[in-house]
Design a protein around this ligand. Structure first.
Ligand SMILES: [Zn+2]
Length: 335
């Protein structure tokens, strides 16, 4: 609570203070006005919660687009990559692979050390209670570890714990959750890039007669999402309409994953955004293309719940998924 003695007109500031040369701030609302504004905000929020829960209850088919913000409460940072070195088609070239693999080894370790949060568990439970499809842009495996059924989870950008080889004739797929994945990659990247690591010390495909370099089966810049993921999402959408679209922890501007929001809306779905960023943040004259698109999208949503997704999502879904107190992480099982 702001102290009501804290006058905004600067009357408590000595004349010699350098602050006295600043133009006076606009007067703060009185405590009574502030309390009224707070109450109005709380009533609006409660009304939003009630109308959302009512719609959730009556929704037969629910889709969700999941982004990096879902895993931020688990300690997985959101960041943009340097696509030329770390996540492009050339990142696994002989020259770039030692640096690129150090980056991926570090991300894998970070994800393995993290735990699924209550939002991951809430979504996993929702999948057991409703006809629900989650289209995930995350590659950290936390939905899987929260027990999300594999038939209602589409990994649009792949998974860091799936590996594939760069073989021109065929693709060998494998699952690997070892850390370090090879002895040379035991070093942590925050200690700096190790330029001593050689190409032949990196993870190598063990399929008979292959010996090609392995890479994480994730969608690099310039690559299309896995056909399997697109087919699974399209098949689910083609069955019937969508009643509710949840957009969780994502700016919803990365195509083609965000096209599934438009598809749901065309079919009459109501849209709820749950995100740490405030509605309309990044909008305005200064906004770059991405922020402007995001702000336009947010303006069209039926609900916008701002805050920590690990706190908000379980509360929003509670009427359907129940209490999550007894949920436990599942064994690593990446199907
Ligand atoms: Zn191979």
């Amino acid at each position: 609570m702001v102290d009501s003695q804290d006058n905004a007109d600067g009357s408590g500031t000595p004349p010699s203070s350098p602050l006295s040369s600043l133009p006076p701030s606009p007067p703060s609302p009185s405590p009574g006005v502030k309390a009224y504004q707070l109450l109005k905000h709380e009533i609006a929020l409660r009304r939003d919660f009630i109308s959302f829960i009512d719609h959730l209850f009556n929704s037969k088919r629910i889709a969700a687009l999941l982004g990096a913000g879902l895993s931020v409460p688990s300690g997985i940072p959101t960041f943009r990559l340097d696509p030329t070195k770390l996540a492009s088609e050339h990142s696994m070239d002989e020259e770039n692979a030692p640096v690129s693999w150090q980056f991926w080894a570090d991300r894998r370790r970070n994800a393995l050390e993290a735990k699924p949060n209550l939002a991951h568990f809430a979504l996993a439970e929702l999948a057991k209670k409703k006809d629900f499809l989650a289209i995930s842009q995350n590659i950290d495996g936390l939905c899987e570890r929260a027990g999300h059924p594999s038939n209602s989870l589409v990994r649009f950008h792949g998974c860091m714990f799936h590996l594939k080889c760069h073989n021109a004739l065929t693709i060998h797929m494998s699952v690997n959750t070892k850390d370090p994945i090879v002895p040379a990659l035991a070093i942590k990247q925050q200690e700096g890039v190790n330029n001593e690591i050689r190409y032949d010390e990196l993870p190598i495909c063990k399929a008979p007669h292959c010996r090609e370099l392995l890479r994480p089966d994730v969608v690099f810049y310039g690559e299309a999402p896995a056909e399997k993921a697109v087919h699974a999402a399209d098949a689910w959408y083609s069955k019937d309409g969508v009643d509710l679209m949840l957009v969780i922890g994502t700016t919803a501007v990365v195509r083609p994953a965000c096209d599934y929001i438009d598809k749901a809306m065309e079919g009459g779905a109501k849209v709820a955004i749950i995100n740490l960023a405030a509605r309309g943040s990044g909008a305005g004259e200064e906004a770059d293309g991405e922020a402007a698109v995001n702000a336009q999208f947010a303006a069209k949503a039926d609900w916008y719940f701002q805050g920590d997704v690990a706190a908000i999502l379980p509360a929003l879904l509670r009427e359907v998924v129940g209490s999550l107190e007894d949920t436990e992480e599942e064994e690593l099982a990446f199907v």
